[in-house]
Design a binder for this molecule. Structure first.
Ligand code: GAL
Length: 425
């Protein structure tokens, strides 16, 4: 062997040794590091705060120190603004409530940590449905941990108010409108609504699904097909939105979603169209499903899913990395998935958690999700960031809100919708 070859060989051996010791050192360091996590989320309502407390407690029981970074504002718009500011300042939080295509958008920025080692050790691929697992992956690696499955297309009702007015839960939009007219004549606000863009979008997408059906929803709000966006069906959707606008009270502008839920709870309003985080509010207030309040899917076929998840951001420090690993492990753990979702109103993302302790609305959700998955009508919620990238979703929501808050005609609305979507591409 020539001198230079020996030198090369030695260098390789030394580099390999150095790499192995670096790994060993970092594992040893991680083992000693006390898990730390600063967690950005938007769970600030009564039911939500109770739910996130479950994670805080489990984290503390396992030696972790949690720094809470709650950003008020339903739907997470304000939280996402806060996140962008932190990342731009080079000071990302350790863990962030993030979901849908936004996960991949942040991954493309090169700022997400890889949590594959936890996912593989815990066998996430075996316990999560493929549709959920796909949202949690970035180019084959695991980049987010799923918490739950929320269903968006729900109507919540005050049981006593419906009974007193001889009204059954509506199963078509005509029935909904007829019930609303009866209620309005009796001096009750038919629809509790908070005039915030994401809440308008939430109602809108349930009407798209209900009037158009699952295939139409897919073409219009997932594939962004121009024909669907400008179709007569879409005009009928905006007509129904205009009708619904007539069923909300005068003070709806800017109202938080949980205050709208409270209106249904106290009988001031009859219905709310909202995802099942609303059930978390009813439950936190001690209300009983089937007795105090009723749940039914909004009229029409299909299931709009909204999966909450946490992504970990690239951060320095063994304590923070240990915190990220612990969080990821706890989030997908069986116990957390049960207890958290009992409070949150959603159902577990894992398929192997028993629903024995869950209420009838949750059981309906789980059965309908399975049936929709079979029939191809399991669809991602656009209003909750599961279907589209931020720019496209934002473009649609702007039009929906502009229409809801003006006297814009349905013809104008569909044209504006098609233009806004085209400009956002
Ligand atoms: C959704 C989120 C839910 C709930 C809701 C209201 O986007 O997925 O967990 O927090 O917003 O804030």
């Amino acid at each position: 062997m020539e001198g230079s070859d020996i030198w090369e060989e030695l260098k390789m051996k030394y580099t390999a040794f150095a790499a192995v010791s670096a790994v060993a050192l970092s594992v040893a360091g991680m083992a000693q590091a006390e898990p730390q996590a600063e967690v950005l989320h938007w769970w600030t309502s009564g039911g939500e705060a109770k739910s996130v407390a479950v994670l805080q407690e489990e984290f503390a029981e396992n030696g972790g120190t949690w720094t809470d970074m709650p950003v008020a504002g339903g739907g997470g718009d304000a939280a996402m603004t806060a996140l962008r500011a932190r990342v731009l300042a080079g000071n990302a939080p350790t863990a962030v409530q993030l979901k849908g295509p936004a996960i991949q958008e942040w991954y493309e920025e090169g700022v997400l940590a890889d949590i594959s080692s936890v996912a593989e050790a815990q066998g996430w691929a075996d316990v999560l449905p493929a549709s959920i697992a796909n949202h949690m992956k970035c180019e084959g690696t695991w980049c987010a941990a799923p918490v739950n499955v929320h269903r968006v297309d729900w109507i919540w009702a005050n049981a006593e108010v419906l009974e007193a007015n001889g009204i059954e839960m509506p199963t078509t939009w005509e029935e909904f409108n007829a019930a609303a007219e009866t209620l309005q004549a009796a001096g009750i606000t038919p629809l509790a609504h908070g005039g915030q863009a994401w809440q308008d979008a939430t109602v809108f997408e349930t009407v798209v699904l209900g009037l158009g059906g699952p295939e139409f929803f897919q073409s219009a709000l997932v594939d962004l097909d121009t024909e669907a966006l400008t179709s007569d069906t879409m005009k009928a959707v905006f007509d129904q939105m205009r009708t619904l606008r007539g069923y909300v009270d005068d003070n709806f502008s800017g109202r938080d979603w949980n205050l709208a839920t409270a209106m249904v709870m106290n009988g001031e309003a009859a219905f709310q169209i909202m995802g099942d985080w609303a059930k978390g509010e009813f439950l936190a207030a001690g209300k009983v499903p089937g007795e105090d309040f009723l749940c039914a899917s909004t009229p029409g076929d299909g299931f709009l899913y909204n999966v909450d998840s946490f992504a970990m951001f690239e951060v320095d420090g063994d304590d923070k990395r240990a915190g990220q690993e612990l969080l990821a492990e706890l989030i997908v753990g069986q116990n957390f998935q049960k207890v958290f979702n009992l409070n949150k109103g959603s159902i577990p993302a894992r398929t192997d958690v028993s629903l024995d302790e869950f209420d009838s609305c949750a059981v309906t959700s789980s059965e309908d999700m399975a049936a929709s998955s079979e029939s191809g009508s399991l669809l991602p919620s656009y209003a909750h960031g599961m279907a589209l990238r931020g720019a496209q979703a934002g473009a649609i929501t702007d039009v929906v809100t502009a229409h809801f808050n003006s006297d814009m005609s349905s013809d104008e609305a569909v044209q504006m919708l098609a233009d806004a979507v085209a400009n956002s591409m």
